[in-house]
Design a protein around this ligand. Structure first.
Ligand SMILES: NC(=O)c1ccc[n+]([C@@H]2O[C@H](COP(=O)([O-])OP(=O)(O)OC[C@H]3O[C@@H](n4cnc5c(N)ncnc54)[C@H](OP(=O)(O)O)[C@@H]3O)[C@@H](O)[C@H]2O)c1
Length: 210
C-alpha cells in the first residue's frame, strides 16, 4: 500500500516507517525536519509539512491509500491544539482526495475508567502544575479522537500506555479495555499500526495496545 505517515520522524514513526517498508508498503514520511530523517530508500520519500497548515497537509496526503498519524506533543500548561487541528486537517484532506483508511495513535488514560485506583492515587500525588500540563494534552487528544470517530472514514484509534523502548516485537495484546498498568513498547505499537493498516481487523474501533 501507499502510506502517508504523519509524525514519521518520531521514535515511533521511525519504527512504523521501517516496519511498513519491510512489509512491502511505500511510505511518504511527513516531518518538519526532513534533514534529520534517517531513511534513504526507494520505498520512502520524505515531505516537509507542518500539520497545522491545512494546505500543506492536503498537498502531502493526496495520492495515498492510507494515513497513519503518530503526531504527538510534549506536556504544556498552555492550551494544546496540535493533535486535534492536525487530525481535522488530515480528515479534510482525506475526504477531498477520496481516501478512506485512517489510523491514529491516541493514548490510554483518557477515560477515568482507564485509571486503576492506584493510578488515581498516583495522579493526585503529582504536583498540580504537572497534572495540568498533562491534562491540556489529554483534552487535545480527546478532541482528536472525536474528530476521527465523526469523520465517516474507515478509522482505527490505537491507545498505547506509557511508551517504553523495546527491541523486539513482544506478544502484545490488543484489547477493548485498558490494562491495569498500561505500558506499551514503541516497537509493539508500530507493529500494531502496520498490521492493522494491512488487515483492518479493528475498523471503527478504539483499542488499547499493551
Ligand atoms: N510518550 C508516551 O508515553 C506516550 C503515551 C501515550 C501515547 N503517546 C503517543 O504516541 C505517539 C508517538 O510518541 P513518540 O514519543 O514516539 O513521538 P513524539 O516524541 O510524541 O513525536 C511526535 C511527532 O509529532 C510530530 N509533530 C508535532 N507537531 C507537529 C507539527 N506541528 N507538524 C508536523 N509534525 C508535528 C513531530 O514531528 P517533527 O518534529 O518531525 O516535525 C514528532 O515527530 C504520539 O502520538 C504520542 O502522543 C505517547
Amino acid at each position: 500500500m501507499k502510506l502517508v505517515v504523519f509524525g514519521a520522524n518520531s521514535p515511533t514513526g521511525r519504527l512504523v516507517t521501517a516496519m511498513a517498508m519491510s512489509a512491502g508498503h511505500t511510505v511518504t514520511a511527513i516531518t518538519r525536519r526532513p534533514a534529520d530523517f534517517p531513511f534513504c530508500d526507494h520505498r520512502v520519500q520524505t515531505a516537509a509539512a507542518d500539520v497545522m497548515d491545512a494546505d500543506a497537509v492536503d498537498w502531502v496526503t493526496g495520492g495515498h491509500e492510507a494515513v497513519v498519524s503518530v503526531i504527538g506533543v510534549p506536556p504544556s500548561v498552555r492550551p494544546v491544539t496540535v493533535c486535534s487541528q492536525a487530525t481535522y486537517n488530515i480528515v479534510k484532506a482525506m475526504i477531498g482526495h477520496g481516501m478512506r483508511r485512517l489510523l491514529c495513535v491516541a493514548s490510554a488514560g483518557l477515560d477515568a475508567a482507564d485509571l486503576s485506583r492506584a493510578g488515581l492515587m498516583r495522579q493526585r500525588a503529582i504536583r498540580p502544575v504537572v497534572l495540568a500540563s498533562g491534562r491540556a494534552v489529554q483534552r487535545d487528544v480527546r478532541r482528536m479522537e472525536d474528530i476521527v470517530r465523526e469523520s465517516g472514514l474507515d478509522w482505527t484509534l490505537l491507545r498505547p500506555g506509557r511508551l517504553i523502548t523495546g527491541r523486539d516485537v513482544s506478544d502484545y495484546r490488543i484489547t477493548a479495555l485498558p490494562a491495569s498498568r498500561p505500558l506499551t513498547s514503541r516497537t509493539d505499537i508500530a507493529h500494531a499500526l502496520v498490521h492493522e493498516v494491512a488487515h483492518g481487523e479493528h475498523l471503527g474501533e478504539t483499542v488499547y495496545v499493551s
